[in-house]
Write a protein that binds this ligand. Structure first.
Ligand code: ATP
Ligand code: MG
Length: 761
């Protein structure tokens, strides 16, 4: 390529950027922080900077290390870079933290006593190993589950606390147990030449810390290190970046390294605190790197002003946000559509109906995304979309009926109607773990074949199975004892929802998950609750059919729905995912569903002080929308087969009325619902002595003769309240309700303007 063509390429590259973006892209050496709101082109700056460095010859492709958080994000970044620089992308390291570390360790882990062929244990393997350590140490597994202990060990590793350091900080019996298990677990891993996921990061840090020559080698190899979504890094990742680039304020590392570290992020989008991510990594970047160049990006290229205003209004309710002014020239756009539906089915039908309408208008399904808080929420939606023949994909999660716990539960039920089903039997025999190993299982299966009896009957009488040890025989007795009781129950043809609940209890399945006390297990429990809901729905609908409800009928119905999965569609697929998976992505049309207190914000977050992280998650969700945003919630929803009523999410109320087309009627039973919110013990911004539930109609201006009597209050007015002090009007609703944010404690309260002791300043 000629020099001119080169120059033209570079010009074209820079032409697609605004001034501060360009500044970041052409930034010379040294640390650079880009702290900016959603959709302001942070990821674009990274990809363009990579192309620029390569295009100007400042770096060879193999001198670039670009890190993102998920495989999907890494793949997207690689594609974007490839569009700019073509095949040269191949030599670059564009990958997740874990992938980069695994690669480094393949070359250098021998220094720590591993061989090149070390094994990587996934979560399940690691958990099994923890369990073995627990058994060896004679810890009561009922008291402290492998899951809980593994979680604690993982947490320690992410803080770079090894077994020894952990042991020195022990403050409780639980921690002492963890310390013992941790020590043994580490020894075992090492003995087996294996690493768990956390080790990939920790061992890389170890190698770099212990061997200056390795540190130098990588620091020289990666002349430029770029990190996306930096707000979600945890301590070990922070340390790793320091080591790779020559460190920040840490004097010991000052002797080497280029310090060409570019990080981009948005503190308002930090959503992985529950996994040890430390928001301070981004907020304190300038302390660690006092000479860092800081670039701010303020123009949003993604969303309409309405969407941005909504996102900003919501996030403003968090304390300690860095103020960011985002603007867009994409115009005001359409109001946000807020919909209240009777229940989750009506909600799903509404979403499906809107999707059909939009597709009729020429929108492609691939332009539409639906976000929800927990995986389990996708199920009703999936069923409805299947029925409406709308093609969809579930990102970052498995489709509902393909999830392990759902398959397990269905296998239990199948076993009850089909005692010959060896596949189902194999699936559930040791799930949850009950001491039935692979060998014993094979013995029982082959005995059933030899004796010409069903697997059920063979397992029922383990004493007759040749070669089965005492422990295994006992385990089969216990397992089949429970199965027999369940079989008798099933024979009486009870409602399937009830039967399933009994299966989950009697089999010990639910108990095992509850004992884990991890986020993952919580998600699985929610999915199982959702399956109970499916069964309860089936019972209801089958009652009116000729055949009536039956377990076989239920299993047949779900087999058909599950089979409809995985078909391709040329008109594109609607994308379904949890809010956590939505990070970094954008769609013209976004639905956020299930906006109810207890669902989103999640009940656990309400109880455990995680509200600000939930709100950031809401901010992430809202800012994915380019053009149209829908916020929907249900008045009632089924939880574990029972109806439950919830108030609409505070996040809906934090979006100013005037940005929405809110038109709902006063919700039924909302008064009592709000009362329930108080029993959750969290200060709801909507509750005050003079508070009120949602008010019909509404707009920006409550003049209409209602608000404030003589003193008409308007949005933005400064006011003084006799008890709460200074505040500003952040919302005015019909019926004489004003929303005021008080500066003293940052609280937002709904007050009846006529009655509250407010003065306009
Ligand atoms: P998030 O915080 O959600 O990760 P982000 O800051 O990484 O967002 P990008 O995804 O890089 O933002 O950019 C958002 C959208 O705006 C993308 O479609 C991008 O191509 C576009 N964009 C960014 N900057 C410009 C620009 N200068 N000109 C045109 N389009 C731009
Ligand atoms: Mg991004």
């Amino acid at each position: 390529m000629s020099a001119n063509a080169h120059a033209a390429d570079l010009d074209a590259l820079l032409a697609g950027l605004n001034e501060p973006q360009r500044e970041a892209v052409v930034h010379g050496d040294g640390p650079l922080l880009i702290l900016a709101g959603a959709g302001s082109g942070k990821t674009r700056v990274l990809t363009h900077r990579i192309a620029y460095l390569v295009g100007t010859g400042q770096a060879r492709p193999d001198e670039i290390l670009a890190i993102t958080f998920t495989n999907k994000a890494a793949q997207e970044m690689r594609e974007r870079v490839e569009l700019l620089v073509g095949r040269r992308t191949r030599a670059m390291w564009v990958m997740t933290f874990h992938a980069a570390c695994a690669r480094i360790l393949r070359a250098d882990a021998h220094r720590l006593g591993y061989t090149r062929q070390f094994t990587i244990y996934d979560q399940a393997d690691a958990r099994r190993l923890v369990k073995r350590a627990i058994d060896e140490l004679d810890v009561d597994p009922k008291r402290f589950t492998p899951g809980a202990i593994h979680h604690e060990i993982s947490d320690a590793k992410n803080k770079l606390r090894d077994a020894e350091a952990y042991a020195q900080m022990v403050g409780s019996f639980f921690e002492q147990t963890v310390a013992d298990v941790y020590k043994l677990y580490e020894a075992e891993l090492h003995r087996m030449n294996a690493m768990d996921f956390d080790d990939l990061l920790v061992r890389t840090v170890n190698v770099l810390e212990l061997f200056p020559e390795v540190r130098r080698r990588y620091a020289e190899a990666f002349r430029h290190v770029l990190v996306d979504e930096y707000q979600d890094t945890n301590h070990v990742q922070y340390r790793l970046l320091q080591l790779l680039t020559g460190g920040g304020a840490d004097g010991r590392l000052a002797d080497y390294g280029h310090r060409n570290l570019v990080v981009v992020g948005d503190d308002s989008q930090s959503i992985y605190g529950f996994r040890g991510a430390d928001i301070r990594n981004i907020l304190d970047f300038e302390d660690s790197y006092p000479d860092a160049t800081v670039v701010k990006l303020e123009q949003n290229y993604r969303s309409t002003q309405t969407v941005l205003d909504a996102a900003n209004a919501v996030i403003r309710n968090n304390r300690g946000q860095r103020e960011k002014e985002l603007w867009t020239d994409l115009g005001v756009g359409d109001p946000i559509k807020v919909r209240e539906l009777d229940d989750e089915h009506a909600e799903a039908r509404y979403v499906a109906g809107e999707i059909e309408r939009l597709v009729d208008e020429g929108v492609s399904r691939s332009e539409i995304a639906v976000f929800y808080r927990t995986n389990a929420q996708s199920r009703v939606l999936e069923d409805t979309l299947v029925r409406a023949q709308i093609g969809y994909q579930v990102i970052g999660g498995t489709k509902f009926y393909e999830r392990a716990e759902i398959k397990d539960a269905i296998a239990y039920l199948t076993m009850l109607v089909n005692p010959q089903d060896v596949v189902s039997f194999t699936r559930i025999a040791n799930s949850p773990r009950r001491g039935i190993g692979q060998t014993s299982l094979s013995r029982v299966i082959s005995w059933a074949n030899t004796a010409g009896i069903t697997i059920w009957d063979a397992a029922l009488d383990p004493d007759s199975v040749p070669g089965l040890g005492t422990a295994a025989r006992k385990a089969f007795h216990r397992f089949m004892g429970a199965m027999r009781i369940l079989g008798e129950r099933a024979a009486a043809n009870p409602p399937v929802g009830e039967l399933l609940r009994e299966v989950l209890a009697e089999s010990g399945y639910l108990e095992a998950l509850e004992a884990e006390r991890t986020i993952e297990a919580q998600g699985r429990i929610e999915n199982l609750e959702e399956l109970v809901n499916v069964a309860a729905e089936y019972d209801l609908s089958a009652e009116n059919s000729d055949e009536g409800p039956s377990l076989a009928g239920f299993l047949q119905q779900i087999a058909l729905v599950a089979d409809a999965d995985g078909r391709r569609d040329d008109e594109g697929l609607v994308t379904l995912m949890t809010l956590h998976n939505a990070k970094g992505l954008e769609y013209p049309i976004v639905f956020m569903i299930g906006l109810e207190e207890g669902v989103f914000p999640h009940q656990r977050a309400i109880e455990e002080g995680g509200l600000e992280e939930e709100r950031r998650l809401a901010y992430v969700g809202i800012t994915r929308a380019q053009r149209d945003l829908y916020l929907t919630y249900a008045r009632a929803r089924a939880v574990f087969g029972a109806r439950s009523y919830a108030a609409r999410s505070r996040f809906v109320d934090e979006v100013p009325m005037g940005l929405t087309d809110r038109s709902e009627q006063p919700a039924h039973g909302v008064g009592s619902v709000r009362a329930r919110a108080t029993t959750w013990g969290s200060p709801s911004p909507n509750l005050s002595p003079l508070g009120s539930g949602p008010i019909p109609g509404g707009g920006w201006d409550a003049s209409g003769g209602s608000a404030g009597g003589g003193t008409e209050l308007r949005l933005g007015d400064d006011v003084f309240h006799a008890a709460f002090g200074d505040g500003v009007v952040t919302g005015v609703e019909a019926g004489g309700i004003v929303v005021i944010r008080f500066s003293r404690d940052g609280s937002e309260r709904k007050l009846v303007a006529d009655l509250a002791p407010i003065e306009k300043r």
